[in-house]
Write a protein that binds this ligand. Sequence first.
Ligand code: PMP
Length: 315
Amino acid sequence: MIHDSIVDAIGNTPLIRLQRVHPLGNLVAKIEYTNPGGSIKDRIGMPMILRAEENGSLEPGGVIVEPTSGNTGVGLAMAAAIKGYRLICVMADKQSQEKRDLLKALGAEVVICPTDVPPDDPRSYYSVAEQLAEEIPGAYRPDQYSNPANIDAHLDTTGPEIWSQTDGAVEVFAAGIGTGGTIGGVGAFLKAMNSDLMIIGIDPEGSIYTADTADDVTPYLIEGVGEDFWPDIFDPDVVDRYERVSDRDAFLMTRRLAEEEGLLVGGSCGMAVVGAARVATEYPDRLTIVLLPDSGRNYISKIFNDDWMREQGFL
Ligand code: PMP
């Protein structure tokens, strides 16, 4: 089969049973790092651009501006390259150097902003992206946090893949929540197929989704998941239960996945497995699918670096 462009090779990612980190046999991972850009966010890049072209918010010669933890930037960069658009990615400085360099390699421009400021601070990566989108003529901000194409991409692809790959046997679906696009789209699809299906949201300690009070919203190191505000597209009703996971537990599991399962995945994947394994242990006769969003290659200088792990007190 010959594809017309690399974006046509996105999706149809494999399901792999986790054998060692969860020996009960009922926990299966959907591995998104086999997407060409290396993450689940490949799935939303082209759909957001196509929708913007359709509704007239992006015209030939336009500039795409997006705040991103990196992976959405890659998905957009591949699509922007194919479509011939200029792309500016605005990132927080906690994101790894690999992610910044990767976006530049794909032809994007990268603007770095401080992490430890509130989202409404003019220095935050959200505010800076908004300001650039206002100043640059022809600029379009996909805004994955409010863009329904983010949900629809998972409603149309990720959800149906999980249903058909398990022949409808999936009973629990677990995923981390960043924008809420993945859990929203997959959750809505799977619940429409089987209303008894349980949807588990996994959240880093410090994120707003599982915070009891505003004081519980604090910085954390896991990248790509958790928020310090509630995104417009995230529908809390889709989540039946939350699990809260620490940086330490997430990163130690991330290393185990590489060393024991041969799965080189990112920190939000370790986090998702820790939370999903708690639920899969509680319901040993239910098939639990846990979604692993990206590749460990993004974190070689952090999670997979002993010095960095020791500095953080995790080893
Ligand atoms: N993990 C990583 C590494 C990510 O980059 C993202 C996207 N922000 C997610 C998980 C969460 O996905 P979503 O935005 O669809 O909730």
